[in-house]
Write a protein that binds this ligand. Structure first.
Ligand SMILES: [Cu+2]
Length: 239
């Protein structure tokens, strides 16, 4: 009940031994890294698949999803006794938030919106504090699902890392998602860097659970949406 009313937050736990055997920095303890995780982080930077820089510790954003049911909130405001088991059946959210904001405000919040140059990979620490299942979807790049929770609610690292266009965020789900900041596939090599479309290129993340794109009614783009921005066509030496 408290969580549905907004009492939630995110902790990000940093590992003591974050590097792979080859020395690449990761967000995961070496003891927990799967071969696939190590191979992916070793490839960020030197490989032809992921040209640019390796992942760096400050390259991350927390995305915390939640929903608001105004009818439930009004009942709590009125001091009614609430049986949590009935809330599961009747929960009908009308507002959907990303880090406590939605729509335009979420899209333009630098704490939420990821930016970077080509070849500057970034990790989203995505969590869902609510009761609705979300399906975040991103334009411009595919993302890589690094982790999730198992049936016992324990965080597990993927041993087969799937390249995703859209991923599932069930209630209480927690996933680490890598955005590689690659050259967008929909720009042909011969036309890169684009000249008519100017940098920064702004791409949306929006949720494919379509009800979450509203705010007490209305249409996209409201609710759980944000941007990510590709600042320039080449990788800076270091910044
Ligand atoms: Cu879309």
């Amino acid at each position: 009940m408290n969580r549905l009313l907004g009492l939630f937050g995110a902790f990000v736990v940093a590992p003591r031994t974050p590097t792979t055997n080859a020395g690449a920095l990761t967000p995961f303890s070496r003891a927990l890294q799967t071969p696939a995780i190590a191979a992916l982080f070793d490839a960020l930077g030197p490989s032809t698949e992921f040209p640019g820089l390796p992942w760096r510790a400050h390259r991350e954003r927390v995305w915390l999803f939640s929903q608001i049911d105004p009818v439930l909130n009004r009942r709590v405001d009125a001091g009614q006794a609430i049986d949590p088991s009935t809330v599961l059946r009747t929960f009908a959210p009308r507002y959907f938030t990303l880090n406590g904001k939605s729509g335009f405000d979420a899209s333009h919040d630098p704490a939420t919106c990821a930016d970077g140059y080509l070849g500057e990979p970034l990790i989203f620490r995505v969590a869902n504090a609510g009761l609705a299942t979300h399906s975040p979807h991103i334009h411009g790049n595919h993302v890589f699902e690094l982790s999730g929770i198992n049936a016992q609610g324990v965080q597990v690292l993927r041993d087969n890392i799937i390249e995703r266009d859209t991923w599932v965020m069930a209630p209480l789900d927690r996933k680490d998602i890598l955005l590689p900041f690659k050259r967008p596939n929909d720009i042909p090599y011969a036309a890169y860097p684009p000249v008519q479309e100017r940098f920064p290129l702004k791409y949306p993340m929006h949720c494919h659970t379509e009800m979450s794109q509203t705010a007490g009614g209305g249409n996209y783009p409201q609710g759980i949406i944000t941007d990510w921005e590709l600042l320039g066509p080449t990788t800076p030496a270091e910044r």
